[in-house]
Design a protein around this ligand. Structure first.
Ligand code: AMP
Ligand code: ZN
Length: 140
């Protein structure tokens, strides 16, 4: 854990988040600047900046959770497609230095660029989606 890392603070509950999943090794919560409905971030509880420093155990655990969350996001928002995206370094549009995988639902012809920019979402709507995704994860 790192004192000033925003995602470590989310894991510790010091910053509010719309959580959808937690297990021994990973944590998943709604992105507050969603590209589309159902945009979720998966992080390891063990802090690592990026893919170059994360442990094999932590990255494996994150991928297992990402797969599980992706299935529930698909069930809840029924996107046209879905990307798993992981960014390293400023040039690759990494804005938070705690390894994370985006579960990123896609719409046909959305022409999304890899550096998509951050637009705040509607928190009530994000919270409602988190509830549905959490319920699907608990059921499956
Ligand atoms: P990246 O650009 O790949 O580093 O992604 C970081 C993501 O974290 C961005 O999509 C942000 O919208 C998201 N983010 C930053 N702060 C928060 C927060 N407090 N709660 C939820 N998502 C956040
Ligand atoms: Zn951290």
């Amino acid at each position: 854990m790192q004192e000033n890392c925003i995602f470590c603070q989310i894991i510790r509950g010091e910053i509010p988040s719309f959580n959808v999943w937690e297990d021994e090794d990973t944590f998943a919560f709604m992105d507050i600047n969603p590209v589309h409905d159902g945009h979720v971030l998966i992080i390891p509880k063990e802090h690592a900046d990026d893919v170059f420093t994360v442990s094999a155990a932590a990255s494996g655990a994150v991928m297992r959770t990402a797969q599980r969350v992706a299935r529930s996001v698909r069930a809840v928002v029924q996107p046209d497609g879905l990307n798993l995206v992981q960014c390293n370094g400023a040039a690759a549009a990494q804005s938070v230095l705690h390894f994370h995988v985006h579960v990123l639902p896609r719409k046909k012809n959305d022409n999304l660029a890899l550096n998509w920019g951050l637009q705040p979402g509607d928190m009530d709507h994000i919270g409602a989606l988190a509830k549905c995704i959490r319920a699907d994860l608990e059921a499956n």
